[in-house]
Design a protein around this ligand. Sequence first.
Ligand SMILES: [Zn+2]
Length: 336
Amino acid sequence: MNNSNSIQSNYFLIELQNLEKLSADLKVDYCIYCKSYNIIKHGKYKHLHRYKCKNCKRTFIPTTGTTIHYLNKRVKFLEYFSVVSKLGKLTIKELREKLGICTQTAFDWRHKLFTTYSHEFRQVDEMIYLKHIEKNFSQKGRKIQAYNMNLKRKAGKTNFVSYGNTSYIYSKTVKIGNYDERDLDRVLERSFNKNAQIIYSMNENFTKFIENNGIKKAICMNEKSIYGNEVKKVFYDDKTKELNKTITFKFRGVATKYLQLYLNFFSSFLSEKTNYELSKLICNNLVWFKFVQMEKIYEKLLRKVSKINEQFVHIKRYWKNEDRFSEFRFESLIGY
Ligand SMILES: [Zn+2]
């Protein structure tokens, strides 16, 4: 290890201690499994209090389910977190070389970190921009046993909408295959204030959606309105293009299974909202659960949301205690 590397890892060693302090200070009011408030302190795990739920009898610590749950090599992970939150667009090869980790770890950590950014949808209240983007259906990287040729032929494009204001973009998967204005209702229902000014790119579904929802202040970007030329230059439009390019060119396509994860992360990244902040790693105790349930979430996107009834072969990796979390809202991962 050369000198700069060792300074680097000393820095993250101290950061790990800071993270442990933050973890010890986390406030625990209810059981993370069944949400009961009937919990008691039940000994210690390393430097953290352990809790026991008197309702479901399970024990847990304050960081159970968060990004760092069951995470080994924590010092390295903090370095990874720092690199990815600052540089964002790095391929697996680049991550492997920069950090000296193996491919599987680089993938797992990426998905874990991107999941960390998956709960940050907010309602947009001011002027909002709305745009439709489509991507080819992709089973990239999928194990050959679980690869479905029919699915590839039948699925159609994966459609998502990108929306936002002058400082933030969000992107949500609508469905795989053709969608209509009712799908937009589902996806955009709580995304923005109906009295806001909407500027949208030409799309039949948007027009119907706007009509049906009685949205008065709407301007189509393609019309030669006063806004037209202005809008094309603004933050939002540039960022949306960059998001699209990042997925298509930098990553040479993303598996549909993981598309929403990438959309979540890169929407935040391009909006400059992915600063390195330790508290992000322990503030959401559904991250680990979403991470291990990715395959089920993908199946839900295919079957329930997109109504594709093709045979679905699960890729199964086993994770300790994954079935302990029974209640979970899928919205932020499949885009509604
Ligand atoms: Zn419980």
